[in-house]
Design a binder for this molecule. Structure first.
Ligand code: IPM
Ligand code: MN
Length: 349
């Protein structure tokens, strides 16, 4: 009998439910590709619920998500009715930190040359290891004399040796096990002398254990230039939480836009959280034009993580086929709706 995999679905807000329902069709199909039987359970963690009940990520559901599943798929969070994004922060950042998913793995790969933002069809195949639990994302800081002319606001950047070391190790380990040649650290150690000096020292220590992998360094401002100027020279990139957030949106454009950018939040040995990078896109809700391919590519990452790499490869090449044949939503030049793109993907599988 085929192996069973339990997947929690968090459709969330905006186009999240639309792309998650497409991903669910793909999850139902993976069995026919030699993949597992996927059993899904849907969790209502969303703006609707927050507005209705005031709840964001209640402990009982957090514990179920932590203990009851092999993987979690999140659609998107963000809703104009919650302008301060309180629920999105509690849910997305809450899951990342409370599950200690310290690796935010974001591949940047151009699957079809017609769709990249750059001229001249450069080869683009980099992988960003974004630190996912500390940096400027911890909420450490405070406001003083709020609303007055003397107001002070402090947002502290947390860099722990343990946190820095484990993400850098993850990047080198990935490079070593995936035939990658180079790991580049992106920081701002020329201006941020305390935290980013720690990154520099730990990077050198970890790199020494991987003599076969070239260790290189770019200040993050120079890195974004290189991502556009000569992206084929970049391979594995390791960086902190905020820089990783910013550079992966640039990366999404290099690979064809938000409709194609997938991600995984991981802690080796624990269930991972997989999400398309695109966000809730309120303007697209109900138009049938949301691109489901980022969600499908996130399912591919999930399949690789739960032990079905051939299923992951098959999904990725079927996505590439959809792109090559122009079976896409309008933002990539096609004429198909969200669910028609999935129809094509499933038929080319
Ligand atoms: C992302 C998002 C989140 C982040 C937001 C929604 C807090 O932009 O996953 O990239 O900054 O990490
Ligand atoms: Mn982001």
């Amino acid at each position: 009998m085929a192996e069973q995999v339990k997947v929690a679905l968090i459709p969330g807000d905006g186009i999240g439910p639309e792309v998650v329902s497409e991903a669910r069709r793909l999850l139902a199909h993976v069995r026919t590709l030699g993949g597992p039987v996927v059993q899904t359970t849907t969790f209502d963690l969303s703006a609707d619920r927050y507005l209705r009940t005031g709840e964001t990520l209640p402990d009982a559901e957090f514990e179920q998500l932590r203990d009851g599943f092999d993987a979690i798929l999140l659609g998107a969070l963000g809703d104009p009715r919650v302008p301060d994004h309180a629920h999105a922060r509690d849910i997305v950042l809450g899951l990342r930190t409370r599950l200690d998913l310290y690796i935010n793995l974001r591949p940047i790969r151009l699957l079809h040359p017609a769709h990249g933002a750059l001229k001249g069809d450069p080869a683009i195949d980099m992988v960003v290891f974004r630190e996912n639990t500390e940096g400027l994302y911890t909420g450490i800081g405070g406001q003083f004399k709020r609303g007055t002319a003397d107001e002070v606001a402090i947002e502290a950047e947390l860099n722990t040796r343990k946190g820095v070391q484990r993400i850098i190790e993850a990047a080198f380990d990935f490079a070593a096990t995936h035939g990658r040649r180079r790991v580049t650290l992106a920081d701002k150690s020329n201006a941020m002398r305390h935290g980013h000096d720690l990154w520099q020292r730990v990077f050198a220590e970890v790199a020494a254990g991987y003599p076969g992998i070239e260790a290189s360094h770019l200040y993050v401002d120079a890195l974004v230039m290189e991502m556009v100027r000569d992206p084929s020279a970049l391979d594995v990139i390791v960086t902190n939480n905020l820089f990783g957030d910013i550079i992966t949106d640039l990366g999404a454009q290099l690979q064809g836009g938000m409709g194609l950018a997938a991600s995984a939040n991981l802690h080796p040995g624990r269930p991972g959280l997989f999400e398309p990078v695109h966000g809730s896109a309120p303007a697209l809700v109900g138009t049938g034009s949301a691109n489901p391919l980022a969600a499908h590519l996130s399912v591919a990452m999930m399949m690789r993580q739960v032990g079905f790499p051939t299923v992951a490869d098959a999904i990725e090449s079927a996505v590439a086929t959809c792109l090559a044949e122009g079976h896409t939503t309008p933002e990539l030049g096609g004429t198909l709706s969200t669910s028609e793109v999935t129809d094509h993907l499933l038929s080319s599988l």
